[in-house]
Design a protein around this ligand. Structure first.
Ligand SMILES: [Zn+2]
Length: 278
């Protein structure tokens, strides 16, 4: 029995993520999993469509709502599990995280950081690390502007004015900033998400060296992991968007990145930044 759109009871339960109803229908008529509605979707595909709509706010995504996405609900996750024939309680934590964050490559770090975005962030972070070290080493009595990329991508505008003032005039604060940047590079290099928690853990492990001097100076001037990470995300996102335009003909890491699997989460910079805690 179907409705006027060719939906079976399983399609309807799936679209609404009613895990208990899905379980009940499946127990009565498991063959429904293969039936397609008028749109051509199986119940699982109809659920994925509904989830995509939930994530983006519309099938014609504006991107804004997708930026606010922080993961699907427990009933969404249970429904996906049910329709793929698994009990969520039997899954590894990482597999649950991947369903939660809509990963389709099966390789997202912590379920949300895709291999392609991971490499993009790592490459940009490393490239800028060299520029930042030069910037930091330059001794001057006056103020010193940010490295070029920080200006051209607008990353320096992510900085609170006060922090920016300190950074451009105080070498000790600059050193603290560069050190925080190094913690982010290290996180990424060790295949960890550059989340607030992970980066701060590294930073804390360096505390004996950072408690006084440059580390303290950076934090005292209003600096934080958020301030630094936001700049990296800004650089990666804007250079990605500029790739192919007259300013940047080609993404320098394109070839390397194209060898990695694709994921729904590949270009979702704001989503990843948000889940990282920034
Ligand atoms: Zn993925």
């Amino acid at each position: 029995m179907t409705d006027k759109h060719g939906n079976t009871a399983l399609h309807l339960a799936a679209e609404l993520s009613r895990a208990d109803d899905i379980k009940y229908v499946l127990s009565k008529k498991p063959s429904l999993t293969n039936l397609r509605n008028d749109e051509g979707f199986t119940p699982l595909e109809a659920l994925h469509e509904a989830l995509e709509e939930k994530r983006t706010g519309s099938r014609r995504a504006s991107g804004e709502k997708a930026d606010q996405f922080r993961g699907f609900s427990e009933s969404n996750i249970a429904s996906v599990g049910m329709l793929t024939g698994v009990e969520v309680s039997d899954l590894d934590h990482i597999d649950v995280q991947r369903i939660k964050y809509g990963c389709i490559c099966g390789a997202c770090i912590d379920g949300f950081l895709s291999p392609r975005m991971h490499l993009t962030l790592l490459r940009h972070a490393k490239e800028q690390q060299l520029r930042l070290q030069e910037w930091c080493a330059a001794s001057t009595d006056g103020s010193i502007g940010f490295p070029k990329t920080f200006i051209s991508t607008g990353a320096e505008n992510c900085l609170p004015i006060l922090v920016k003032d300190h950074l451009t005039t105080n070498q000790l604060v600059r050193k603290g900033f560069v050190n925080m940047w190094a913690c982010i590079v290290e996180c990424l290099a060790e295949n960890m998400a550059p989340s607030k928690e992970n980066v701060m853990q590294l930073w804390e492990s360096r505390l004996p060296r950072l408690r006084s001097g440059k580390g303290k100076a950076f934090l005292d001037s209003g600096g934080s992991v958020k301030v630094v990470a936001n700049m990296l995300f800004c650089i990666a996102r804007s250079r990605d968007e500029l790739a192919g335009t007259s300013s940047y003909r080609k993404n320098p890491y394109e070839e390397e990145i194209s060898k990695l699997p694709c994921c729904r989460n590949d270009k979702e910079y704001e989503f990843v930044r948000g889940v990282c805690g920034y």
